[in-house]
Design a protein around this ligand. Structure first.
Ligand code: 9MJ
Length: 667
């Protein structure tokens, strides 16, 4: 075939795969096949450099560095948005819009507000001609060579009716996963890491050397247009977004058209609840009047349109001071440094403590008492110290030093080679470890002793009423009623709850023992494999390793646990006290109907919680995993399933609806 034709054919094919991959999020071919096409094109172009065009998919590696960016005048200014920080402010916005338009049934597009950098992309005859930053809205910087390296920005548009000139606007951002990968890479190379995805995106896009930009995981979502020539605009903003997508531009698929203020607020709440599940940072949502005729009637005030508003989420990061760094002792003796903070309102709640993870993390961030720090609280995640504002460090602030002895029991602190955590060596001699072990024993997924909360366990241990889990079963109403915040009634309830917990399952009991690295799933696998406790207690490390998911480390932990005389004693006392379960017939255990099958559950179920579904599947021998992979056998999809559902479709994994699940559970 004619070389020129082959090259053109390859470019078309690659562009098409890029479109399916980046815009539609539905790859058509495996990565290796795509790489093969790109390699063939590169080789042909290397042999025929005269055939290289600027819009060839090979031309993304990054041009030569520049001294400084040129400037670009925005013919149509890039406006900013007014902000609303509460539902009342959104209602006031809607009222203003309705009054000016003389009607209240207004359609809005509701869009996630990406936390990145606004850019403008100018396409001439469908070919990317210029990329610019927003700058002050009137003039920005020419970053054409940088945007050309971003894979989701097409170098030429596809499809029919492409305008003579089309200026597209959108947000360049870095995905969370891309950010994590970049930081890991930077750390490995001994280079500086980035504080958050926004800073990383900004630092990457505003590089004078586009070859560096090319190595950074940047992406774009387009959300509007500027200059247009040769296109009779549709009536609605939402229709423009549809066309942009057809032309190969990436548009966020969370964008919806909603009606009135109720529609806006419902969208806001839904997206806020799903915020942590997204792979990109958003700092709110944007509402835009959908009809262009209405946008024109509304017009602008100074720098912002009257037809749009950004409804911000509560800030997830704030500045505060470190008052102290305390060391917490966990159930397994792990020592976790915790920053005590001057109270600060962040992410919708007041935060007074933040985890510092471990010694290495503190040194990496160089957190010291007295420092002003950025704390982050995202969703239900434990608040953490992100970084230190070094400029505000008080004179004489000393570097952090890890304790050499346990702050609770005084035992030596040990840190195993290759491990980030330091541990108290006191074992159950250490009251902190004892308390945590008892709290774990009583927790919902273990022995499920309702009413035995953390504060109560602290009191029981501090008063010497309980020193190991077996002592719980000797507690009397009178003893309990004498404790702080306990009345006769709650004491009686607790005694009953302790009594009720005696009837349990072997899996729960094993999990409750708190053997290191024996979680719920492993406990269940052990119970199903051995059927009864005696066999498990006598098992060698080799035998233990034949259980699914039990590797050498876990096997060693289990073996060591049952060799300890005091552990065997506690177990004996628990059984004497009446803790019991039904032993499994191992022949049945092996023949469990879902043995060897892996499930993933996504979405909301009507007849049970996801935890219940998990427990019922596990009881039939199934494994329930958190993410979909080629090893997944079934995905159970309830209402509003997440990306796991899409992944299952892509991988061709069998999908069960709730009825399908119920049928399966019914055998
Ligand atoms: C962001 N940042 O995601 C706009 N934006 O519209 C969306 N920003 C915007 N729209 C007009 N989705 C000016 C800015």
């Amino acid at each position: 075939m004619d070389i020129r034709k082959r090259i053109e054919k390859l470019r078309e094919e690659i562009d098409n795969h890029n479109y399916h991959y980046y815009v539609l999020d539905e790859p058509l071919i495996p990565d290796a096949e795509y790489d093969r096409l790109l390699r063939e094109l590169r080789e042909l172009e290397a042999r025929h450099p005269e055939l290289i065009t600027p819009d060839s998919p090979t031309q993304r590696v990054g041009a030569e560095p520049v001294e400084a960016f040129g400037t670009v005048r925005h013919e149509v200014p890039m406006l900013s948005l007014d902000n609303a920080f509460s539902e009342e402010e959104v209602a006031a916005f809607h009222r203003r819009v309705s009054e000016r338009l003389g009607q209240s049934a207004i359609d809005y597009t509701a869009e996630p507000k990406l936390d990145g950098l606004a850019v403008s992309l100018r396409y001439e005859k469908g070919v990317l001609a210029q990329g610019a930053t927003r700058g002050d809205g009137y003039t920005g910087e020419d970053i054409t060579q940088n945007v050309r390296t971003i894979p989701s920005i097409p170098l030429r548009l596809r499809g029919k009716g492409i305008p003579e000139v089309l200026e597209v606007r959108g947000e360049v951002y870095m995905s969370r996963s891309g950010f994590e990968a970049l930081n890991a890479r930077q750390r490995k190379a001994g280079e500086k890491t980035f504080v958050n995805p926004r800073n990383a995106a900004a630092g990457s896009l505003r590089q004078l050397d586009p070859r560096i930009t090319a190595q950074r995981p940047l992406a774009i979502y387009c959300y509007g247009i500027g200059v247009v020539q040769g296109w009779a605009l549709p009536e609605r903003h939402s229709a423009v977004l549809e066309r942009l997508k057809e032309w190969g531009l990436r548009v966020n698929d969370e964008i919806r058209v909603v009606r009135g203020v109720e529609g806006c607020l419902a969208y806001y709440r839904t997206l806020q609840a799903r915020r942590d599940a997204l792979d990109y940072d958003i700092d709110g949502v944007v509402y835009k009047v959908d009809l262009f005729s209405q946008q024109e009637t509304l017009g602008f005030v100074s720098r912002a349109p009257r037809w749009a508003i950004a409804h911000k989420f509560p800030a997830q990061e704030a500045l505060t001071k470190v008052l102290a760094i305390d060391i917490q002792v966990g159930r397994t003796g792990a020592l976790t440094p915790v920053a005590r903070l001057e109270p600060v309102f962040v992410g919708g709640a007041t935060v007074t403590n933040a985890t510092l993870h471990n010694e290495d993390e503190i040194h990496r961030k160089d957190v010291r008492v007295g420092d002003t720090v950025v704390v982050r609280r995202a969703g239900d995640v434990i608040p953490e110290v992100v970084s230190v504002v070094k400029e505000r460090r008080p004179r004489g602030a000393a570097p952090f030093e890890m304790v050499k002895t346990c702050p609770v029991c005084g035992s030596d602190v040990m840190r195993n080679e290759g491990e980030a955590v330091a541990r108290c060596t006191g074992g159950l001699y250490c009251p902190a470890q004892r308390k945590e072990a008892i709290k774990h024993f009583a927790s919902r997924k273990a022995m499920d002793i309702e009413g035995l909360g953390d504060k109560l366990v602290d009191q029981l241990v501090d008063k010497g009423l309980v020193s190991n889990v077996a002592d719980l079963y000797t507690l009397t109403r009178a003893q309990l009623a004498g404790l702080e915040r306990m009345g006769e009634k709650s004491a009686a309830n607790l005694v009953r709850a302790i009594e009720d917990s005696k009837a349990t399952t072997l899996a729960r009991f094993l999990y409750a023992l708190g053997i290191r690295e024996v979680g719920e799933a492993t406990a269940l696998a052990l119970a199903n494999h051995f059927g009864k406790l005696s066999g498990l207690m006598a098992a060698s490390e080799e035998t233990l390793q034949t259980v699914p998911d039990v590797g050498p480390v876990v096997a060693a932990n289990i073996h060591a646990f049952f060799r300890q005389a005091h552990n065997r004693e506690v177990i004996e006392r628990l059984r004497q006290a009446g803790v019991h379960w039904k032993d499994l017939d191992i022949r049945r255990a092996e023949a469990l109907p879902l043995q060897g099958k892996t499930f993933v559950i996504t979405g909301r179920l009507d007849t049970m919680t996801r935890d219940e579904a998990k427990a019922r599947l596990q009881a039939l021998g199934a494994k329930v995993a958190g993410s979909v992979s080629s090893k997944t056998d079934y995905v159970v999809a309830g209402e509003d399933p997440g990306s796991k559902y899409d992944k299952a479709l892509a991988l061709g994994i069998e999908i069960l609806d709730e009825q399908g699940l119920l049928n399966l559970l019914a055998g």
